[in-house]
Design a protein around this ligand. Structure first.
Ligand code: GAR
Length: 193
């Protein structure tokens, strides 16, 4: 059995979409992979409740209790490596990762970013797309490399930006697409494991 570990910081709706798809499509039986654990840097991340209710192991490492980014990432890697994951999935994990961490998981670390990369790396992607007058926005799943939001693109989806959109309404439209493409991208990867 090959393991997937998912990292979250908040609501965990992308993680939930992947877990639900894995259950519906019986990934354990079909591909020999399972979602082994969900790890959060926030104890109150709502997604942890969903994970526990679905029988998935959870762990919390509060980044504020570590004296450096390197120390946090080392502890995070230790928590993840208990599961010897074939794939590590960042799903709304709002921490910048050190080059050493990224290198450790090279080729098996993916992220979802709420913009059409390479446009709008970083934060506040929806407001920036509106401010720039974009007619389309979207979401990207990509391999993680040392540089933030820049790794090879695995999948994308596009949505229109409507004239009366706010960052919130655009984010909601993008999120529905995230829930389609992230499970799809993970499925494509686990098929090849
Ligand atoms: C998602 O929109 C995801 O694309 C974004 O955070 C949200 C998490 O939602 N990720 C980033 O901004 C990464 N830089 P979720 O916790 O409900 O999956």
């Amino acid at each position: 059995m090959k393991n997937i570990v998912i990292l979250i910081s908040g609501g965990g709706s992308n993680m939930a979409a992947i877990v639900k798809t894995a259950q519906q499509e019986q990934w354990e039986r079909a591909y020999g992979v399972r979602i082994a654990a969900v790890v959060s840097n926030k104890a109150d991340a709502k997604g942890l409740v969903f994970a526990r209710e679905h029988g998935i192991a959870t762990a919390v490492l509060d980044h504020k209790t570590f004296e450096s980014r390197e120390a946090f990432d080392a502890a995070l890697a230790q928590a993840i490596d208990q599961y010897q994951p074939a794939l590590v999935v960042l799903a709304g994990f709002m921490r910048i990762l050190t080059p050493g961490f990224v290198e450790h998981y090279a080729g098996r670390l993916i992220n979802i970013h709420p913009s059409l990369l390479p446009a709008f790396t970083g934060l506040h992607t929806h407001q920036r797309a509106i401010d720039a007058g974009c007619k389309f926005a979207g979401v990207t799943v990509h391999q993680v490399t040392a540089e933030l939001d820049v790794g090879p693109i695995l999948d994308q989806a596009v949505v229109p930006v409507l004239p009366d959109d706010t960052a919130q309404t655009l984010a909601a439209r993008v999120l529905t697409q995230e829930h389609i493409i992230y499970p799809r991208a993970v499925r494509n990867l686990v098929r090849a494991l």
